[in-house]
Design a protein around this ligand. Structure first.
Ligand code: AMP
Length: 359
């Protein structure tokens, strides 16, 4: 395990709020950050030592960046695999490219998870409308059609309730690389944030219950209101995933929980820190961001201990205008991501509420 000395520079691909909070955690441990992102004025560079603005395909800019930093990580999962492969010839990149290859394609992801013996929704990859119709007869209705790549927050997906919906859904998705999933009538969605250090040690945060509005995370509740048996099973599955994908850093595993068998199904994995882990900043000795920095810099992992209860609410679009009132609220920790423009559906900040008897 190679430990990066304090004062070293961490290169972060991506300039969003996750990079911003990673950079703040890195500063706490004595590191500097250099953000690589095509967009100027992004939330991460506002709190970082340096920024490079260039595309992820710009070989010269990538080479210069790799020479200027001591380790590289990423804060979003749609970084081209080629970019990471080119960078890692010059400087270590954590997590590596294998997890990107798997998680960028919903079909590869499902195959990987099922090969590990983990339950997911029933699925099939299809390339033509006729093939889709045949598969749907087997998987049966309702089902979810998703583009295999570049889907997030419910984008790139369509629910088909019956045969008559299929053609419209196919047209809407406008892709011939589609995965069909059986519709899971789940009771709850949870996520598990798991971290693996360069020495192979693994730690898991308390499982999180997530509620969405318009497909965007709205509220995270910790601890998730599930049995200890299910919690232990979710932690075991998340640990199995991180152990089997050559991974260093924080990985997020999202699960559906249903009352019928199997109770736990993996929905997807995100090779990064995650919105559903923001509560760890205030509620744990070392947050998800700090754990990620510790792992990629070869430091020992921190304490994930959590007791009590916490709620994290996203501030989406105009919600950020509530900031003056939220700042007055006892027990609330408010985060503003410093984004220049309010847009509908845009994550502008979040608020974490520690629920303890004194509040
Ligand atoms: P995803 O982009 O795959 O995380 O999907 C976004 C949201 O769509 C999930 O958080 C679920 O609420 C819903 N969803 C996705 N896949 C399924 C499925 N197979 N069955 C039921 N709901 C789903």
């Amino acid at each position: 395990m190679k430990t990066l000395a304090a004062g070293s520079t961490i290169g972060i691909l991506g300039g969003g709020q996750l990079g911003r909070m990673m950079s703040i955690a890195a500063a706490k441990l004595g590191y500097k950050c250099h953000i690589y992102c095509p967009d100027i004025g992004n939330p991460a560079e506002q709190v970082s030592e340096k920024a490079t603005h260039a595309s992820y395909e710009d070989c010269e800019a990538l080479e210069r960046f790799a020479k200027e930093v001591d380790v590289i990580t990423y804060e979003f999962e749609n970084i081209p695999v080629m970019t990471v492969e080119a960078l890692k010839l010059k400087t270590a990149v954590f997590p590596g490219s294998r997890v990107l290859k798997v998680s960028q394609d919903r079909l590869s992801e499902k195959i990987f998870l099922n090969d590990l013996g983990l339950a997911t929704a029933p699925y099939a990859g299809v390339n033509h409308l006729d093939e889709a119709k045949k598969v749907l007869e087997k998987i049966s209705y309702p089902a979810v059609l998703k583009t295999r790549r570049f889907g997030y927050d419910g984008k790139g997906q369509a629910i088909v309730k019956s045969r008559s919906d299929v053609e419209k859904a196919w047209e809407r998705l406008a892709s011939d690389n589609i995965i069909i999933e059986g519709f899971i009538d789940f009771d709850m969605e949870i996520s598990v944030l798991v971290v693996r250090g360069q020495d192979g040690k693994i730690k898991c945060f308390e499982p999180v219950e997530n509620q969405h509005k318009n497909h965007i995370l709205d509220l995270s509740i910790v601890p998730a209101r599930i049995s200890n048996v299910l919690k232990a099973a979710a932690i075991k599955q998340a640990s199995k995933i991180i152990e089997n994908i050559d991974y260093v850093g924080v990985l997020t595993v999202e699960f559906f929980i249903s009352s019928n068998e199997p109770k736990l199904r993996v929905n997807e994995i995100a090779p990064r820190v995650h919105n559903s882990g923001h509560w760890t900043i205030e509620a744990c000795p070392a947050s998800q961001f700090e754990q990620h920095i510790r792992a990629i810099c070869g430091l020992p992992l921190g304490d994930v201990k959590f007791t009590g209860q916490v709620r994290m609410t996203n501030l989406i679009g105009n919600d950020i205008l509530k900031l003056p009132d939220l700042l007055k609220e006892v027990g609330a920790s408010v985060h503003d991501y410093g984004k220049d423009e309010i847009k509908v559906g845009r994550k502008m900040g979040h608020v974490t509420r520690l629920i303890s008897p004194e509040y």
